[in-house]
Design a protein around this ligand. Structure first.
Ligand SMILES: NC(=O)c1ccc[n+]([C@@H]2O[C@H](COP(=O)([O-])OP(=O)(O)OC[C@H]3O[C@@H](n4cnc5c(N)ncnc54)[C@H](OP(=O)(O)O)[C@@H]3O)[C@@H](O)[C@H]2O)c1
Length: 359
């Protein structure tokens, strides 16, 4: 496989740090530029991250002396040093939209974690195992942007990755509606127990914007392409409540689901066990061999025990049983900064590379 030079925009943040770890020994991708705000620009990576490093393992040595560039002011320098960039900045939405399009117009593909472009109709929002076919809309996006190789592709919000992958293989039974309550880790807010002490012995029943994303984004993922745009699906109806809980990593979802044609429990388990997507078929480096894993034990999945399943890229489930109001209920879990953020973006970039979009 060809080797690609990669930039990480927002490299000093929590998701950016995850990118740096995931890319440190990546077989296809090599970090050749890293960028953050003007506050960090000019410093070495170690200086810029300072005590914001969020992981138990140390910063990989190869990054220590790399100079952090300014994501906006040094755009030309970054564009000339990379084949594509990952983007995980924390800025206001209008600025993120402009930043992404500016890189694309410099002919640099952008694989983004940000929500700013998720509802731009010609920007694909991809969970690689589910809607890889939406990449076809990139041709229309390039036409709009007037680019030859520059484009933006995004991943979805982290919360829905703990239930959409589990609902997806059941679409054949006609999902009518789903009610979801998510129990979300503090790393989803870019926090640790040190920086979010108010979460200890506590649950916070509000995460700004999260419920709307959790209800709306799945419909774009299940949408179809029409005239160069992705048209969102109109069903199933999803209602969500999202709570912040005292967990470092791993979003859990309690899910209730109603079908047109109610399957048996065995049919659901078999649909999960046998589900494979294009990443598994293509053997992409970050694809977990088993995307969906079911636990028979009543006390699983647990965030602490199971979030690292498949190197943090599998989605786990448990407690599938019939329900007296809906047809079934179950619990899902996914790692929010791996599958839900940086890992999902790296897998998306691998899919794009394997399909020739990064050439
Ligand atoms: N954490 C998660 O699980 C998760 C999951 C999915 C999506 N996301 C999204 O990913 C993004 C990053 O999240 P995070 O938790 O990593 O945030 P974070 O820890 O606050 O990091 C923010 C990054 O953005 C950079 N930045 C801020 N202002 C900038 C500017 N004006 N120009 C260029 N860079 C700028 C920061 O650089 P400095 O260090 O120089 O300030 C830092 O590198 C957010 O939009 C978040 O919603 C997060």
């Amino acid at each position: 496989m060809k080797q690609y030079n990669v930039g990480v925009i927002g490299a000093t943040g929590m998701v950016g740090q995850r990118f740096m770890l995931l890319l440190a020994n990546h077989p296809w991708f090599k970090v050749t530029a890293l960028a953050a705000s003007a506050r960090s620009a000019g410093k070495t990576y170690v200086e810029a991250v300072g005590d914001k490093w969020s992981f138990d393992c140390p910063i990989p040595e190869k990054y220590h002396a790399m100079t952090v560039l300014d994501a906006e002011a040094d755009m030309d320098k970054i564009a000339s040093a990379v084949d594509f960039v990952f983007c995980a900045v924390n800025m206001d939405k209008a600025k993120i939209r402009a930043l992404g399009e500016a890189y694309a117009q410099k002919e640099v593909p952008v694989v983004s974690n940000n929500s700013a472009h998720r509802f731009t109709a010609d920007v694909p929002m991809i969970i690689p195992e589910i809607n890889a076919t939406h990449l076809e809309v990139i041709a229309a996006q390039k036409k709009r942007l007037g680019t030859k190789r520059g484009f933006i592709a995004v991943k979805s919000n982290c919360s829905l990755q703990s239930y959409v992958p589990l609902l997806h293989p059941l679409q054949g039974f006609g999902i009518k509606e789903a009610a979801v309550c998510t129990y979300q880790a503090i790393s989803g807010a870019g926090k640790t127990f040190k920086t979010m002490p108010e979460i200890l012995d506590n649950i916070i029943p509000y995460i700004g914007g999260e419920e709307e994303k959790s209800e709306k984004e799945p419909l774009k993922i299940w949408g179809h392409i029409e005239n160069g745009e992705i048209v969102s699906a109109t069903s199933p109806a999803i209602t969500a409540q999202c709570l912040r809980v005292p967990v470092s990593d791993g979003h859990t979802a309690a899910v209730f689901v109603k079908f047109e044609n109610k399957p048996s429990k065995e049919e659901i388990l078999s649909a999960w066990a046998n589900f494979k997507g294009e990443p598994q078929e293509l053997g992409l480096p970050s694809a977990p061999a088993q995307f969906l894993k079911y636990f028979e034990e009543d006390n699983r999945p647990q965030a602490k025990l199971d979030r690292m399943e498949g190197n943090g890229m599998s989605v786990t489930a448990g407690r599938l049983r019939e329900d007296s109001v809906y047809d079934y209920k179950f619990v899902g879990l996914s790692h929010n900064t791996l599958r839900g953020a940086a890992g999902g973006a790296v897998l998306l970039a691998e899919l794009l590379a394997a399909k020739g979009y990064m050439d």
